[in-house]
Design a binder for this molecule. Sequence first.
Ligand SMILES: Nc1ncnc2c1ncn2[C@@H]1O[C@H](COP(=O)(O)OP(=O)(O)O)[C@@H](O)[C@H]1O
Ligand SMILES: [Mg+2]
Length: 187
Amino acid sequence: MKDLSLHILDIAENSINAGAKKIVLRIVEDPVKDLYSISVEDDGPGIGVDILHRVEDPFFTTNRKKKFGLGIPLLKQAALDCGGHFNITSNPGAGTTLFASFKLSHIDLKPLGDIGSTMLALICGHPEIRYVLFYEKGDFYYGFDTDELKEALGEAPVNLPEVLMSIRNSINESTGGRAAAMWKANE
Ligand SMILES: Nc1ncnc2c1ncn2[C@@H]1O[C@H](COP(=O)(O)OP(=O)(O)O)[C@@H](O)[C@H]1O
Ligand SMILES: [Mg+2]
């Protein structure tokens, strides 16, 4: 995976598959601590201790259609490759939080990529879920919340094309995320 936004999509899909109703994504760029970190927190059923120590194993998945479960191991590897840390906190009934950090100045740190499209894919796939995104860079702060968006839209559906495009653009503009060439070609 070439962009962190694709890792984030995979991790958020785990939360969706687990039955989460709310997913909170945090992206923090801290130039002072030379740290880039992402976390994905859900209110799903959590992971029991017996399974928790196995989810970082590439051959572990609870998806019956697959033999491998690479989402978590790949993000962990990306973090460790960049001098960062990785951990999962979870308790049955208490949701799950995945945390990955990277050395901001590390040459192998992947770009964030098209995080706006990641959010669109999540919203379109499961509009009933509440998604919250926090982005911090030094003193700059940006927040996005589908509950606030729904309130602002009133009766209008969230997944109208023009609404989706403006969400994607404003998220990418605020977070330094980059839209893929495929999207740009249509603009
Ligand atoms: N947020 C979560 N809540 C509950 N279980 C999870 C969560 N994230 C991951 N898991 C468990 O960890 C396994 C491995 O996840 P992952 O490495 O992304 O592989 P995959 O999604 O392909 O199975 C999943 O199959 C699931 O059992
Ligand atoms: Mg997965």
